[in-house]
Structures are given as structure tokens and as C-alpha cells.
Design a protein around this ligand. Structure first.
Ligand SMILES: [Zn+2]
Length: 378
């Protein structure tokens, strides 16, 4: 039965077009998002919709598909899933329907969302019941899985909306907040000496050891005492460490890479300030602190009482918005001035998994929730 449904057919087709993020595609088996962008563009044009491309990088464009209202545009709602997927073996791009599941790379993250957002738009476009004054803009974004260059480019444009629904597998939950992400590099420097006379050198690893003690003790305790009602505590993870060359040389340099997940209210500046004062007692042994990822990734914290958020929540028949720990395109789009929520079919546990799949009844449900919402718009 599922095979015959338009949204399932669309998802099967989308999965069969590899759109591996070029920055992650070490074996060069794909050619980026372009084939999916071109496929959706052609389908939108065939349905009489207006399309536009927004250049992000060479051969990588965001796809904009517009459904204009009957009257003057007074509001705008964005449907914004990403088109790229993470790498997988070639076989994973042959979709397989087993029972009520569709298996294949991207089925869950996030071509399931692409399929139901796009299909809902086509369904709306072919019906007589269209919003009077709200423009619907489908925005197929590139590069979510690497540096979110697509949503960052979109956020810098002049196009804004009253709400963006960012597609990710939330299991049909309406997500209005998620953690932010900061990558920080600590570096200590010392003085090299022969390993047989360590007293003549200054050991950079030993300096870093002192910094780590503070991080894992005092700093971790301070993070444990913070809490966001929906997201819980901020976190710290020590991700990579490099120092020294060989046993018989006192190391003159040590670098530690930190992953710090933030909650609403925490900023790059506030975190740097915390670390600076944490290391103050170390005086000249204190590590240098540097942000090691250049793009900002603040937490998402959209007001759930915004009228379009409330309307969307009603359409899902849920009472409350949720929070998730993972980062999404909703954060850059919000930074650009469009309040954003995250929503889509599928479970995040299957995203990036070797055997990725999506529940097809959820896919159908998501399409009808989106369509109902679009029909309810003024
Ligand atoms: Zn995703």
C-alpha cells in the first residue's frame, strides 16, 4: 500500500539520488547536493511553482520554491529541510521498503522531511484552498551536515519569514529549543629540554594537566549547577589532545580541543570569560584560549507563544514544545531574524546509522500535519 503513495514515491526517488555533503565525501562517490536540487527544481516548475536558486558555493545552491497567496503577501512561512546527507556505502542509495519502513541513506535525515514538506506544498498548490495572505517558501538547504553554509547564506539574505519549520527527524515532536555548540582550543607552551634533565625545560603537558584538573573538577561542577528547563545542563567534552613528540624530549607545546554545548543565555563571550577566570590561579601556566570553529553556533530558543508556533502545535495535536541536544539549521536561520522550530518524521537514533530507515506511517502523518497547517494559514 505504501509504495503507491505520492510522498513515499517521492522519498524513494530522493534517496536514490546520492547527495553526499562534498566536505564529508572522502571517497568522492557523490557529486554534492546538485542532482537533488535539480530534481526538485524541475518538479516544482512542472507544478507551475516559481523557483529561484541562491548560490552558496561553486555548484552548490539553496533551492527556493515559492507558493504565492491569492492576495497581497502579509506573512511568510518557510519550510526548510536540508538536501545533503552523510556518506554511506553505494548500496545505501538503493531504497528498500520492508514492511512499513523505508531503508536507505537520508531516508530519516532528512529526505523524509524534504519529501513531506515538498509533497505538502505540491498538494496545496494543486488545491483551491490556499492561504489568502501568506506566502509559503520551500527552502532546500545545502551543507547542513558540515558547516551549515546553506542556512548561513540564507540568513544573510533579505528574505525573512514569520516562522521557519526546519526539517529534522524529531519523531513529529515540535522542537523550539536546542543546545548551541562551541569548539574551543586550549594551548600551553613550555620550553624543550633533554628528557634526562627535565629540570632545564618547562613541560607543556604538565601545564595542560593542571588546566584539565580545573576543567574536570571546578568547571564541571559549575556546569552541573546550571540548568535549562527544556535542555538540562550544559556539557563539556574533552575531544582531542596533542602534545610532545617523543619520551626523551620535554614537550614545549600541548593542545587540547574542547566541545562545549551551551544552553540559552550562554554566549561565546560568557564561556571565554568563565574559562579565563577558571585558569587565573595558574598564572603564567594558564593555557591560551581560542575558538577553533569560525562559525557561530548559538543555542536555539524560540518563543513558543508566537502565533504561528501555537498554530503549528495545534495542528500536531500536541500540548508542548520540546528541546533537543543536537544542533540544527534552525539556529542560523533564527540568527537571520526568522523564528524557527524543528520538526520532521523519523527518529534521530536512525540518523547517520549504517542501516538508516524511516517509519512510513510517520512520513504520511508528517505530510498531512504540514498540509493542514498550510491550509490553516491566513
Ligand atoms: Zn539532518
Amino acid at each position: 500500500m505504501y509504495q503507491e503513495s505520492p510522498v513515499v514515491k517521492l522519498l524513494s526517488k530522493l534517496v536514490s539520488i546520492p547527495s553526499i555533503n562534498p566536505s564529508l565525501d572522502q571517497e568522492l562517490i557523490g557529486c554534492g547536493e546538485e542532482p537533488v536540487t535539480a530534481f526538485l527544481e524541475e518538479n516544482a516548475r512542472n507544478a507551475g511553482l516559481v523557483t529561484e536558486r541562491q548560490k552558496v558555493a561553486t555548484g552548490r545552491d539553496n533551492l527556493l520554491v515559492r507558493l504565492t497567496p491569492a492576495g497581497e503577501v502579509k506573512n511568510r512561512v518557510l519550510l526548510a529541510p536540508h538536501l545533503d546527507v552523510v556518506p554511506a556505502a553505494v548500496e545505501a542509495f538503493t531504497p528498500k521498503i520492508i514492511g512499513n519502513q523505508l531503508h536507505g541513506r537520508g531516508s530519516c535525515d532528512t529526505k523524509g522531511s524534504v519529501a513531506c514538506f515538498f509533497q505538502a506544498l505540491l498538494d496545496l498548490a494543486s488545491s483551491s484552498q490556499r492561504p489568502e495572505e501568506t506566502e509559503i517558501l520551500f527552502v532546500g538547504l545545502v551543507d547542513e551536515e558540515f558547516a551549515q553554509a546553506g542556512s548561513r547564506t540564507f540568513a544573510e539574505s533579505t528574505i525573512m519569514g514569520d516562522l521557519a519549520i526546519v526539517g529534522e527527524p524529531t519523531g513529529l515532536d515540535v522542537v523550539s529549543s536546542h543546545k548551541g555548540s562551541l569548539w574551543i582550543q586550549l594551548e600551553t607552551t613550555g620550553k624543550a629540554a633533554h628528557g634526562s634533565t627535565p629540570e632545564k625545560g618547562i613541560n607543556a603537558i604538565e601545564k595542560m594537566h593542571q588546566a584539565m584538573n580545573l576543567l574536570l573538577g571546578e568547571y564541571q561542577n559549575s556546569l552541573n549547577s546550571k540548568s535549562d528547563p527544556m535542555l538540562g545542563r550544559p556539557t563539556l567534552s574533552l575531544g582531542a589532545i596533542k602534545g610532545g613528540d617523543q619520551p626523551n624530549i620535554v614537550p614545549s607545546r600541548c593542545q587540547l580541543e574542547l566541545d562545549r554545548r551551551t544552553i540559552p543565555g550562554e554566549t561565546v563571550e560568557s564561556v571565554i570569560e568563565e574559562l579565563t577566570s577558571l585558569f587565573e590561579p595558574l598564572k603564567t601556566s594558564a593555557p591560551k584560549i581560542k575558538i577553533s570553529r569560525s562559525v557561530p553556533c548559538p543555542a536555539l530558543n524560540t518563543d513558543p507563544s508566537l502565533p504561528f508556533v501555537r498554530l503549528f502545535l495545534q495542528c500536531t495535536q500536541q500540548q508542548k514544545v520540546k528541546g533537543v541536544p543536537y544542533f540544527t539549521d534552525a539556529s542560523p536561520i533564527s540568527m537571520g531574524g526568522t523564528p524557527s522550530i524543528v520538526f520532521g518524521p523519523g527518529n534521530i537514533a536512525q540518523a547517520h546509522a549504517e542501516d538508516e530507515w524511516i517509519d512510513l506511517s510517520q512520513l504520511e502523518q508528517a505530510r498531512s500535519i504540514i498540509l493542514n497547517f498550510l491550509r490553516e494559514l491566513p
